[in-house]
Design a protein around this ligand. Sequence first.
Ligand code: ME8
Length: 518
Amino acid sequence: MTDKPAFYATTPIYYVNDVPHIGHAYTTLAVDVLARFKRLDGFDVMFLTGTDEHGQKVEKSAEKAGVDPQAFCDRVSARFRDLAVAMNFSNDQFIRTTEERHKKAVQHLWRELLAKGFIYEDKYAGWYSVRDEAFYAESELQKGADGEKLAPTGAPVEWVEEPSYFFKLSAFGDKLLEFYEANPDFVMPKSRLNEVISFVKGGLEDLSISRTTFNWGVPVPDVPGHIMYVWIDALTNYLTAVGYPDTDAAAYKKFWPADVHMVGKDILRFHAVYWPAFLMAADLPLPRRVFAHGWWTNEGQKISKSLGNVIDPFELIESYGLDPVRFFLLREVPFGNDGDFSRKNFVLRCNADLANGIGNLSQRTLSMIHKNCDEQVPAPGDFTSEDNDLLEKAKQTLEAMREHLDKQAFHLAFEALIQLVTAADGYISVQAPWTLKKTDPERMKTVLYVVAETIRQIAILAQPIMPQSMDKLLDQMGVTERGFEMIGEAGRLQPGTAIPKPEGVFPRLELPAEEGAA
Ligand code: ME8
């Protein structure tokens, strides 16, 4: 391990009750972009994702499939690993809650909470939703069309009565409120923090953390017949991955507490209330941030298996290529807000920003250099103030992206990048190198150099979101050093570097046959 600063970011671990869809790809993509950005910016990164394999929901799905639960988990978990490959995710680990190291970590945490007096035995009688794997108070329930009781998420609930161990969550209300007050960026976006605060202010009840009516879970230590509630099991994965319970482990010392837990808004309460309470109870440091992003719908409709409109990320990549998919998901919607996926918007956005933007800028510049400068990077003359302005803008773009990504504002980070492309386009139109070719060939070389140098920096800065295409572009320009320390003067293109006939990086995409068609 190096002495570089640490950055630890996690995704939720996904239930293996169903195959991955665009929502799962979205969350992991967001963390992938952060991880790649931080690595290029000189950090030692731990990027964790994985699968959540215990609980009643998974047990029931395995039963329905007629397969033993472990075999079922192995099969579906593999699909999530396939997704990571297909999406070019750079995760450092893929954790599974059925791994031995994880069972050991959760059982250790349980013993800690018990020893510190935060666990007691009682009987649970209340509402439970298997779909949400969550307990609900009577007051939280709503009525369905036929008058049946439903969870606030619309999921069915059932009345459960069984012996259970409880975690003294009620003891943490004030401590949590103090913590949120002292760490106002702990939950982002801000509106979500307000939701969390009002939930905690409403009063916290103790949390049932063991179950006895099924088997598919981590056994409660020393108590036959009890398995752990799937959420205490699942949340602990963030500790397992860095070596817990060995708090002297190098990874634990370097990476805990996590910098960001990235989650969807559906599971904010578990991450921003239960998880910090467990950690406080165990005297462990709390994560620095929980970011709860918004929800994707498909052409205006809720994505659901029963509606048959689940967006398959593998199919999207097949149809449009990987990097446009990566770009669109994080560029289109202000991160944190809900977003609607439409193929028409997808094509329009990618054509505007990629094919006509970065793609066209690099294609025409590299072609002109190839044709008019002996197939190599030209030597520039003295820079004018316009030249320096554009070159300076690249440096400022890195700073802007850093600032935006520290707040997980992906859309603003990419907006800053696109503005740099637009500035380069504007510069070419004004400088008109095609005219200079006849009137002042030396100045033409300087102009082409300045644009090529800007493209080099755009490509370096865009690597986190579009790693494959930017690799291809940087290869075409003979650029080998690709870290952010190369932004600005340090990595200037060397005159004389070969520029082969360029190959386009972003083909134009075709609009779907019917407007707005799915
Ligand atoms: O909740 N839009 O797993 P899960 C955006 N195992 N994001 C979406 C989405 C959509 N339509 N659908 C799903 C669990 N997601 C637990 C987590 S963590 C210790 C345990 C994403 O398989 C989003 O990140 O139900 C959401 O929070 C997550 O998938 C839920 O995944």
